[in-house]
Ligand binder design. Structure first.
Ligand SMILES: Cc1cc2nc3c(=O)[nH]c(=O)nc-3n(C[C@H](O)[C@H](O)[C@H](O)COP(=O)(O)OP(=O)(O)OC[C@H]3O[C@@H](n4cnc5c(N)ncnc54)[C@H](O)[C@@H]3O)c2cc1C
Length: 292
C-alpha cells in the first residue's frame, strides 16, 4: 500500500473543512472494511484518508417512541445489533447489519459505510428503504435530507456530492402492530455477497389480520435496490394468507432486473427475489403475532 496522509478530525466542521475542495483521491474512512480493501487492491487510489469515527454527530445511537431511531453513519454494526430498541422495533435492519461479514468485520463496519459504498448487494439498504429511513447529509452549504430509496444511484454511486458526508439515518417510529424482516441468499454458508435479498415491513389493522400498509424492497437484482410497489399492493387490504404472500413474491420476481454473474443466473435471481419476499413477509407477520 502506498503511503498516504491520514486525518482523524474530532468535529464535523473540521471534517467538512478537510473535505472541501478535494477530489477522488480523498477517502472518507468509517470502518474501512470496503475502503481499505479498495485502496490496497488498486481499485481506488487514495492519497488522504479522513477517519470520521471520532465525530460525535456520526456516532449518535438513540431511540425515542415519538421520533424513532437516530443512527449515526459511523456507528458499528455490532453496536446497532446490541442496541435493545433496535432489536425490538427494527429487527430487519439489525438482521441486515448482523449479516455483514463476520464478528470482526461488524465491530468496524458501519451502516453508513455500507450504504455509501453503493453496492447493489449491500445488506442494510433494503431494510432502510422499507423503514422509510431518511439519510441526513452535510456539506459546506448546510444540511439536506435524502430518502433511503434515492440514496444509491447506480453501482458504486450515491446521491452524495463531492465534499458531503452522510451524518446519520433518521428512521420513523414503528406504527402499532408493525414489524419488519430481511433475508438474503448467498451461495456459501457465510462471508459472501447476496445473490438476491428482500426486506419487508408490514403493519396490520386493529383486527390483527388485515394488512393496512406494506413496503417491500429487493436487492442484488438490479443496479440499485428496487422498491416493489406491486408487491406491497398484493398485501395491502388483505389477510396475509398464502395466496397474498405468493402474489407479493410473484410481483417481486416480475420487478427484478438482475444480471448473470459468478454468483447466480438471471433466472435464479428472479426466482429467489420472489422466494425471499414471501418468506420475509411471513417472518414480519410472525413477529407482529408473537408480540401481541
Ligand atoms: C470479509 C468481508 C465481508 C463482507 N461481507 C459483507 C456482507 O455480507 N454484506 C455487505 O453488505 N457487505 C459486506 N462487506 C462489505 C463491507 O464490510 C460493508 O459494506 C460495510 O458496511 C462497510 O462499512 P465501513 O464502515 O467499513 O465502510 P468504509 O469502508 O469505511 O467506507 C465505505 C465507503 O463509504 C464511504 N463512506 C463511509 N462513511 C461515509 C460517510 N459517513 N459519508 C460519506 N462517505 C462515507 C467511504 O469513503 C467508502 O467509499 C464485507 C467486507 C469484507 C472485507
Amino acid at each position: 500500500m502506498k503511503p498516504l496522509e491520514f486525518s482523524a478530525p474530532a468535529t464535523l466542521d473540521e471534517a467538512l473543512g478537510l473535505l472541501a475542495g478535494t477530489g477522488d483521491q480523498t477517502g472518507v474512512l468509517a470502518g474501512g472494511t470496503d475502503l481499505i480493501i479498495q485502496h490496497r487492491s488498486g481499485h481506488r487510489d487514495i492519497g488522504h484518508m479522513i477517519d470520521i469515527k471520532k465525530i460525535p454527530e456520526l456516532n449518535v445511537l438513540d431511540f425515542d417512541t415519538k421520533t424513532g431511531l437516530r443512527l449515526g453513519a459511523a456507528v458499528a454494526c455490532d453496536d446497532l445489533g446490541a442496541f435493545a430498541p433496535a432489536q425490538k422495533h427494527y429487527p430487519g435492519l439489525v438482521e441486515g447489519a448482523e449479516l455483514i461479514g463476520s464478528t470482526q468485520i461488524q465491530s468496524r463496519a458501519s451502516v453508513g459505510g455500507n450504504v455509501c459504498n453503493g453496492s447493489p448487494a449491500a445488506d442494510t439498504i433494503c431494510p432502510l428503504i422499507v423503514l422509510e429511513a431518511v439519510c441526513v447529509v452535510r456539506g459546506k452549504d448546510g444540511e439536506r435530507e435524502v430518502a433511503a430509496i434515492d440514496f444509491m444511484t447506480g453501482p458504486g454511486q450515491t446521491a452524495l456530492q463531492q465534499g458531503e458526508l452522510l451524518v446519520e439515518f433518521r428512521i420513523p417510529p414503528p406504527p402499532p402492530r408493525s414489524s419488519d424482516a430481511y433475508l438474503r441468499f448467498i451461495p456459501r454458508n457465510e462471508m459472501d455477497i447476496a445473490v438476491a435479498s428482500a426486506a419487508v415491513a408490514i403493519t396490520l389493522a386493529d383486527d390483527g389480520k388485515t394488512c393496512v400498509s406494506a413496503k417491500i424492497a429487493i436487492g442484488a437484482v438490479g443496479p440499485t435496490p428496487i422498491l416493489v410497489e406491486e408487491a406491497a399492493a398484493a398485501l395491502e387490504g388483505r389477510e396475509l394468507v398464502n395466496a397474498a404472500l405468493e402474489a407479493a413474491g410473484k410481483a417481486s420476481s416480475a420487478a427484478a432486473k438482475p444480471i448473470t454473474d459468478m454468483r447466480g443466473t438471471v433466472e435464479y435471481r428472479v426466482h429467489m427475489a420472489g422466494v425471499l419476499t414471501r418468506r420475509a413477509a411471513s417472518m414480519a407477520l410472525e413477529r407482529i403475532q408473537e408480540s401481541d
